[in-house]
Ligand binder design. Sequence first.
Ligand SMILES: *Cc1c(COP(=O)(O)O)cnc(C)c1O
Length: 417
Amino acid sequence: MSQPDTKFGDYGGQYVPEALMPAIEELTDAYRRYVLNNEDGFMDEFRERLADFGGRPTPLQRADQLSARYDTEVYLKREDLLHGGAHKLNNALGQVLLAKYMGKERIIAETGAGQHGTATAMAAAHLDMPCEIYMGRRDINRQRPNVFRMRLNGAAVTPVDVGRGTLKEAISETMRDWATTVETTHYVIGSIVGPAPFPAMVRDFHAVISEEIESQTAEKLDRSPGSVVACAGGGSNTMGAFAEFLDDDVELYAVEAGGSSLTVDEEAGVAPHSASLSTGEEGVLHGARTKLLQDGHGQIMESHSVSSGLDYAGVGPQLSHLVDEGRVTPVTVDDDDALEAFHRLSQDEGIIPALETAHAFGFLEAALGPDGDGSVEFAEPIVVNVSGRGDKDLEAAIEETEKRDLENAPEMEVFDQ
Ligand SMILES: *Cc1c(COP(=O)(O)O)cnc(C)c1O
């Protein structure tokens, strides 16, 4: 019988209050039985629903213009074409289905910008499970379309008024709910973070991305990818795109948000970036030991990125370990370069990427573009994971583009009536 990964080197673990241990143990047991050992045909049903409801497999597409621009073979793994417009459904569907197999009657989740909440609400509606999403009051006011999407799918969206009213507080509130409702409720965590077994389990639900990349490159190109590039917030689309290749001769690049600068303001406890793999130090956040943005006293710093999905002070423990081992190379792309890449991919390939995803393309441009530093020699072909589409980011993209003088931005002028 396969056993769950709980530690990745020194990282990972289960740093949770005693009240949550029964839930964690029950979930570990269910993960082992249903996911790792396919009891009751769980994984078969999961794959079938990913195909019929989610639209898998997503295509692997050659990027003709980028391949010409960089004089190298570039392929796109189109997770933006998954139902919901991002990779997030893989995990949300997997966990809600698992909750059903466990006999749970209720789903809870937290969300920051609303992407994970939306995916969870969709999966819960699909599987006919009641769903409650905790969201900071401030985020609710900033993300009205996503709040409406969740409510359309029948989820209750509960405002969290504690603290700054953002993701961190929403996570604490969801943990509190879970500790008192463990018997009936499953908490769907949105990335490869949190206490074991979440990091390994969420990775396994997203591993379908790299399984497909492997079979698609074999079929189309008769070989494996040379390099895989993905953006990393918590790191779930990254680990999903890397999982099958960890033991192979494939270069793996995790692109983090360099924000407006990599220089932190220790006094104010603010990091103007979210590059925890590249600059973070070991600590404990949300139940796991991992690389974190923290000050000299171990206080978690506020992070920043132009893309809300990358704006997180921690990162998955397995990615931290793979970086320490030298297996995954972390790189950073700042807000400006991500925004330029957002415009370039839209114009050159007819694909408007999520701002998170744009960071991965910013890395290619920085390394291989006309003004690139040529510092990275990629093994070909390069596969970039297009983690999501940019429709959700249009408001932010307009605002951020107006602030900057970007050569490749479209005409932004609006005429007075
Ligand atoms: C949420 C999100 C991310 C970041 O989450 P990971 O867990 O790091 O994958 C990246 N891209 C898109 C499109 C997202 O919605």
